[in-house]
Design a protein around this ligand. Structure first.
Ligand code: SF4
Length: 157
């Protein structure tokens, strides 16, 4: 049987970098560990870019180059797992983040349709390399919807 693995935005596992904490998120980790899914934590551009931790900003332009470079490394890693016959369930992004959002982002004033800077680059990089794994939007306020989405990924794997 193939080993299963999932990529997750950094702050899904590391709540300490968030202003808002989501204690129920441990249910997500519990489900993944009970179903033997390996978890790969993506880097957080807010920590790794610019040599300092910028906590609150919606100015994604400062992350653009970092996201372009980092997406290549992330997609290389995903490809290595696929080539080694791992089943990559997908990538969990963070709804409303201007960096990790999948369908909706916050532009500093309101939530609007769009992709976060890092997610957009990861998707582009996978398209260039002719493969795709599902990119799933997670609303950290609604852990039950996250669990449901993971269960669907598991069912389809
Ligand atoms: S940039 Fe992404 S990983 Fe970092 S805090 Fe924002 S949503 Fe989380």
């Amino acid at each position: 049987m193939d080993e299963k693995i999932i990529f997750v935005s950094h702050c899904i596992l590391n709540q300490s970098i968030r202003n808002e904490k989501f204690s129920k998120i441990k249910e997500v980790v519990k489900l993944l560990s009970e179903t033997d899914v390996g978890i790969v934590q993506l880097p957080c551009p807010k920590i790794d870019c610019n040599g300092k931790f910028i906590k609150n900003t919606t100015n994604v332009k400062i992350y653009k180059k970092y996201c372009e470079k980092t997406s290549v490394i992330i997609v290389n890693t995903i490809k290595k797992y696929l080539d080694a016959d791992f089943k990559v369930l997908g990538i969990l992004g963070v709804e409303f983040s201007p960096i990790c959002g999948v369908y909706r982002i916050n532009n500093g004033r309101k939530n609007i349709p769009g992709k976060g800077a890092l997610i957009k680059e990861i998707e582009n990089e996978m398209q260039k390399r002719n493969f795709q794994v599902p990119i799933i939007s997670t609303n950290l306020n609604n852990v039950f919807s996250i669990l449901e989405k993971i269960n669907i990924l598991l069912k389809n794997s």
